[in-house]
Design a protein around this ligand. Sequence first.
Ligand SMILES: CC/C=C\C=C\CC(=O)SCCNC(=O)CCNC(=O)[C@H](O)C(C)(C)COP(=O)(O)OP(=O)(O)OC[C@H]1O[C@@H](n2cnc3c(N)ncnc32)[C@H](O)[C@@H]1OP(=O)(O)O
Length: 281
Amino acid sequence: MASVLPEFKFFRISMPAEYVAHVEINRPDKLNAFHDPMWHEMRAVFNYLSFNPGVRCVLISGAGPRAFTAGLDVRSAAISGPIQAQAADPSRKANSLRHHILEFQSCVSAVSSCQKPVIALMHGYAYGLAIDIGTACDIRLCAKSTRFCVKEVDIGVAADVGTLSRLPKVMGGLTSWVKEVCLSAREFDAEEAYRVGFVSKVLPTKEDVVREGVEIATMIASKSPVAVQGTKNVLDATKGRTVEDNLSYTAVWNSAMLQSSDVERAMRAGLKKRTPTFEKL
Ligand SMILES: CC/C=C\C=C\CC(=O)SCCNC(=O)CCNC(=O)[C@H](O)C(C)(C)COP(=O)(O)OP(=O)(O)OC[C@H]1O[C@@H](n2cnc3c(N)ncnc32)[C@H](O)[C@@H]1OP(=O)(O)O
């Protein structure tokens, strides 16, 4: 990691532990609601971290006591329209809208395509875009205070930047629960999120969530980065593939990655009951 971290207006990056980057969505006075510049900044942040050899695991949380994010900035979207498309001709207007939607999708997809595991640390309001971002992460932890909502139908849109595509995958299928929360925009709490498996842990406070996140990230960051990135890649590659297809993909992936010196290093350290260290990747 560069000794001087890049600065963003609405995102703060810190390094709470070696190889662990913590990204904070930083617009707390508006409950971290996303206006236009934030989308593009989020993509830039994750593109920066993705191939950065000084980073092995990424945490994302919302600044302030009240929200992970309250979602799309509905105030600015209500004034300008969620997406602007000037053309009068319907096809040209549709083409322009499609371009903008794809652009917004790519900002969220920068989180899911990050080469490093990403852990969402959620608290307070986690509305709309919060679920798009959460489902783009590999692991989700939350505080007892978290109020989740797939809010989009309440603002008159079918969610279009990730939730409807990723939530069924995260939840292991197009379950009745998935359809219920997406169709109704019903709020659900931390206990329910844990019970259905949307989050893997519920902690008492936001501070506890961050502490736990740093602990898990530190554990991940202590492993071979070749093995960790390979594990994320191969797990993600199960989507839409049969077991046979994924086994075949895994064999090709590992035919390159098993050549890593990390394998011998990890095995030798294990035999000697020592903790191995690994070169940057
Ligand atoms: C192409 C489209 C791509 C993406 C689409 C994404 C879809 C979504 O994200 S849908 C979800 C949209 N979000 C909402 O509808 C939530 C709107 N906010 C609220 O309902 C409430 O603020 C609340 C979250 C229930 C919290 O209420 P309360 O505790 O009373 O706090 P407030 O005083 O309302 O909020 C404090 C401060 O934050 C501003 N704010 C909160 N949420 C948003 C938001 N989503 N957009 C813009 N601003 C927001 C609120 O206006 C207040 O600001 P002040 O300047 O202090 O008035």
